[in-house]
Design a protein around this ligand. Structure first.
Ligand SMILES: [Zn+2]
Length: 124
């Protein structure tokens, strides 16, 4: 079963637009090397990529890699340092920074919804 709770219909004219975890989305198809899901809204019948509106849309990198790039940048790593740590070209880092700036609010929603793993040492 696909977890679609962090996705919502992206059709601005749809009555269920922006409602995450509303139960109106299904996965009729997948595409690309990462098996990116095509989502379909049962309310308005719109189809769209799960990556649309995120820094992942149109990328060939894995979601993990893109998230790592942006996480390093968010922590204050420079472009060169980020590129070295993640193992991508620094032009790639620059491109994602630029894209992410334009999509900052949506990126925020995606990253917050993802609940990154807690890396603190266990206590107690
Ligand atoms: Zn819809």
């Amino acid at each position: 079963m696909d977890d679609l709770s962090r996705f919502c219909c992206r059709n601005a004219d749809c009555p269920d637009h922006g409602k995450r975890g509303h139960g109106n989305l299904t996965v009729p198809a997948r595409y690309g090397p990462s098996n990116t899901r095509v989502l379909r809204c049962s309310t308005c019948k719109a189809r769209f990529s799960e990556r649309k509106g995120t820094p992942l849309y149109g990328t060939r990198l894995s979601a993990q890699t893109v998230t790592a790039v942006l996480a390093h940048v968010a922590e204050g790593s420079g472009t060169r340092k980020t590129a070295r740590l993640v193992g991508v070209h620094r032009d790639t880092v620059t491109r994602y920074i630029r894209q992410a700036g334009e999509q900052a609010q949506q990126l925020h929603d995606e990253l917050v919804a993802l609940s990154p793993p807690d890396q603190r040492a266990p206590t107690g």
